[in-house]
Design a protein around this ligand. Structure first.
Ligand SMILES: [Zn+2]
Length: 372
């Protein structure tokens, strides 16, 4: 499985200057190449190289391989859209390959700059036991708010999937981030608090409009997103571990649409919710693969309207955002918990598992709310 590993660089002051200067010059070169490509309508890498390689190297003082990388970056960008001139950010990413960037052991990278190669210490979080031989292809050097990072694509071995003795269904939503068929609810309260805090702060700062307010605005942008990402990591990790400990597969809904039972009105929130959903699903999936938990997606149709006890489907079964009451058998419970059990049951139907779906899932503990 290919994963992207983000490593933070810790360059010395003069090293940082070299790297940042290189980025700036690299992107200046990209802009110049882009103008040539667009004027000549020439988007073929080799033809473009013939036309501008020597001039670019001379004008921007780029090492040979970086000039080639700049041409590649421009060509890649025009592959998506050729209708307008592309301009690149001053500190846009440099895409390195193994000829211009290599690793020295697990904690240093040797990086080509305008002034030759430099060896820079780096630190990364997870997969610290990774072998560098697992690095595949290109490495991006990126600059975020004064810090430099490398985005490294690594091939991580997947664990052989266990043979499941059951399924843990996971329902995802806006009010509750995730609810499992064990009855554990990860509520969005904390996330909503954080979102409200930031949106208030943003609107205050926008109305102030001074230089320092703008600086502050820039600083907080992305903080909410990072908080949500971190929360999704924590939740996904816990759910996957619970499945693993009890030899179960994980089932989620296919994310073809955002759940209509969200009560949130603002379009912006829905957008945020959509992004958060697919991120949580992605995290659940790769974390499952890493530790050998089978991962399945099921058809989401009516999972929130179906009674998990008798199977009766009716949109009026759902009396409120939180409550489910079956109009046929009278069964009542938390709506997301009911949906999570349906998701698990659907996955069980398609799996060669020697358990009775409904019987296995029909325990009825009080939902346990985990605060997020
Ligand atoms: Zn029922």
């Amino acid at each position: 499985m290919l994963l992207t590993l983000k490593a933070k660089l810790y360059p010395a002051v003069e090293q940082k200057k070299k790297l940042v200067d290189t980025m700036e010059q690299f992107n200046n070169a990209c802009n110049s190449i882009s103008k040539i490509a667009f004027e000549l309508k020439c988007y073929n890498k080799f033809k473009l190289q013939q036309k501008c390689y020597y001039d670019i190297r001379k004008e921007f003082n780029l090492p040979a391989q970086l000039a080639i990388r700049a041409i590649s970056k421009v060509v890649e960008s025009y592959k998506i859209d050729k209708t307008c001139l592309h301009l690149f950010d001053k500190f846009g990413a440099i895409v390195y390959d193994q000829r211009v960037l290599s690793f020295k052991g697990l904690d240093k990278a040797s990086i080509t700059t305008l002034e030759g190669r430099i060896v820079v210490p780096m630190v990364y979080g997870s997969y610290a036991k990774l072998k560098m031989s697992r690095i595949k292809g290109q490495v991006d050097l990126i600059y975020i708010k004064g810090d430099l990072y490398l985005c490294i694509v690594v091939d991580v071995p997947e664990e052989i999937p266990l043979t499941p003795e059951g399924v843990l269904g996971v329902d995802m939503g806006v009010v509750n981030i995730a609810t499992t068929s064990d009855g554990v609810i990860y509520s969005s309260d904390k996330c909503n608090e954080v979102r409200e805090h930031f949106s208030k702060l943003k609107s205050t700062l926008q109305s102030v409009g001074t230089k320092s307010a703008k600086r502050h605005l820039k600083k907080i942008s992305g903080k909410e997103r990072r908080f949500k990402t971190n929360t999704n990591h924590i939740i996904a990790k816990q759910i996957v571990q619970v499945a693993k400990d009890m030899n179960r597969a994980i089932a989620v809904e296919e994310l073809t649409h955002i759940r209509s039972r969200t009560t949130v009105k603002k379009a912006q929130r829905e957008q945020f919710g959509k992004w958060a959903f697919s991120q949580l699903k992605l995290f659940l999936e790769y974390k499952s693969k890493l530790i050998g938990v089978p991962f399945v997606s099921v058809n989401p149709r009516n999972t929130s309207r179906e009674c998990s006890v008798c199977g009766y489907i009716d949109k009026n079964n759902r009396t409120s955002q939180a409550e489910f009451k079956c109009l046929d058998c009278g069964h009542t419970e938390h709506a997301d918990y009911n949906a999570a059990k349906n998701i698990a049951a659907r996955a069980l139907v398609n799996m060669p598992i020697a358990v009775c779906p409904k019987g296995n899932l029909n325990r009825k503990p009080t939902p346990l709310v985990v605060g997020y």
